[in-house]
Design a protein around this ligand. Structure first.
Ligand SMILES: NC(=O)c1ccc[n+]([C@@H]2O[C@H](COP(=O)([O-])OP(=O)(O)OC[C@H]3O[C@@H](n4cnc5c(N)ncnc54)[C@H](OP(=O)(O)O)[C@@H]3O)[C@@H](O)[C@H]2O)c1
Length: 366
């Protein structure tokens, strides 16, 4: 497998994608990685930069893997700069876009202009969030499909790669549910990722994709994009925004480097939804955010005789997702229709005037 990793110096590339590739490389002796971002480095400097993250992730022989990684600096917004890379990975490769979403459009255009996406054997993996709302998701899709069809596009929601979430697939379909809640709470704040977080916020960062995909996967009748879409289409906002949505921002967030001093970006949310089951509407709650009292990733199903909690923790999601994308298995990659359904549900919450923002103490329960 040939792998072109764009955004190779990023947080996600270092901590998740490269360790996953290193583990996959032990079984796939033909795996070769071309890693690229703007920093004007050679292989040795790049290796020194990523080795600690590989070691921290438990990669047994980081240097054996790094011998199969070539670092090639390039500005991905410039077709001329990408051309040599594109030639190298054609006609058979996985191209992984692990870049801040605000840069997707110019990079996809530049990549498209190189001709790299025209090869039948090239697949594009793209990190969430896909768009900022329904309209921008449609526009992004229209841009991508100028160069590459939906069948070769793999939108990544890494929660769908987690063993814990796979175990939940279809688990709640047909259950006598009286309620469902999903909690994706972090104790970490936005430190170090202020600029990214301020343009994203909690709803786009974890609710639109992870929380809704986990809910859809667990409520769906079976696995796969169509089953998840049918479940997503049964979710609606439980009531008026004033009562159904609580948004918060932790005290001190606006002093984070990269964050606007008057930022209105929410860092925590509690959202009331309703699921139209065959037996009637079921209340659904999503609670998520940063700088909260406790780190917790779980789904709780209220069923007789009592609540059942399912952990959503776990790792190695990228190993599974990359292997499946290489094999052309699209079961665990959100379709355009799923992404649009999720935005349609949340666009009213995101559109101005947004519900007022409660300021909470970092480390509190919000
Ligand atoms: N971090 C996470 O845990 C996480 C989890 C899930 C999903 N995601 C998603 O994954 C993506 C990447 O996140 P991240 O946290 O890794 O972001 P990040 O740390 O900001 O990394 C962005 C990367 O893109 C490169 N880059 C930006 N503009 C470029 C350009 N014009 N040409 C070449 N390289 C460019 C940067 O490298 P240089 O500055 O060196 O060029 C850097 O390597 C985002 O879409 C995010 O939503 C992240």
């Amino acid at each position: 497998m040939r792998y072109l990793l764009l955004g190779a110096t990023g947080d996600l590339a270092r901590k998740k994608i490269l360790p996953a590739l290193a583990r996959l490389a032990t079984a796939d002796t033909e795996l070769e990685v071309v890693a690229s971002s703007r920093r004007p480095w050679g292989d040795a400097e790049y290796g020194a930069f990523v080795r600690p993250a590989l070691v921290a992730a438990g990669v047994a022989e980081p240097d054996a893997f790094l011998a199969r990684v070539r670092y090639a600096p390039a500005d991905h917004t410039e077709p001329a700069s990408l051309k040599a890379l594109a030639r190298e990975v054609a006609p058979q490769s996985l191209i992984h876009l692990s870049i801040q979403p605000s840069a997707y459009a110019p990079i996809i255009e530049a990549l498209g202009e190189t001709g790299a996406l025209g090869h039948e054997g090239v697949k594009l993996l793209i990190e969430k969030p896909f768009g900022r709302d329904e309209a921008s998701a449609r526009a992004l899709d229209a841009l991508i499909t100028r160069y590459l069809p939906e069948e070769r596009l793999y939108r990544i929601d890494h929660y769908l790669g987690k063993e814990s979430v796979r175990a939940l697939e279809g688990a709640l379909a047909g259950e006598a549910l009286t309620g469902v809640s999903v909690t994706l709470a972090e104790t970490l704040d936005a430190q170090g990722r202020g600029a990214f977080y301020d343009e994203t916020g909690v709803i786009r960062d974890v609710v639109q994709n992870h929380a809704l995909e986990v809910l859809a996967a667990s409520l769906a009748e079976g696995a796969g994009p169509e089953a998840r879409l049918a479940a997503l289409e049964k979710l609606s906002l439980a009531g008026p925004l004033e009562t159904g949505v609580r948004l918060g921002q932790y005290q001190g967030y606006r002093e984070t480097p990269g964050v606007a001093p008057d930022s209105k970006t929410p860092t925590a949310v509690e959202l009331a939804l309703s699921y139209a089951s065959a037996a009637g509407p079921i209340p659904v709650t999503i609670y998520a955010g940063k700088a909260l009292a406790e780190a917790r990733q779980e789904l709780v199903a209220e069923t007789p005789p009592g609540p059942r909690a399912f952990s959503l923790a776990g790792d190695h999601a990228y190993d599974r997702l990359i292997r499946e994308a290489a094999e052309g298995d699209r079961t665990h990659f959100p379709s355009l229709a799923e992404v649009l359904a999720a935005w349609q549900l949340l666009d009213p919450v995101l559109a101005p005037p947004t519900p007022s923002l409660a300021i909470y103490e970092p480390g509190s329960d919000f």
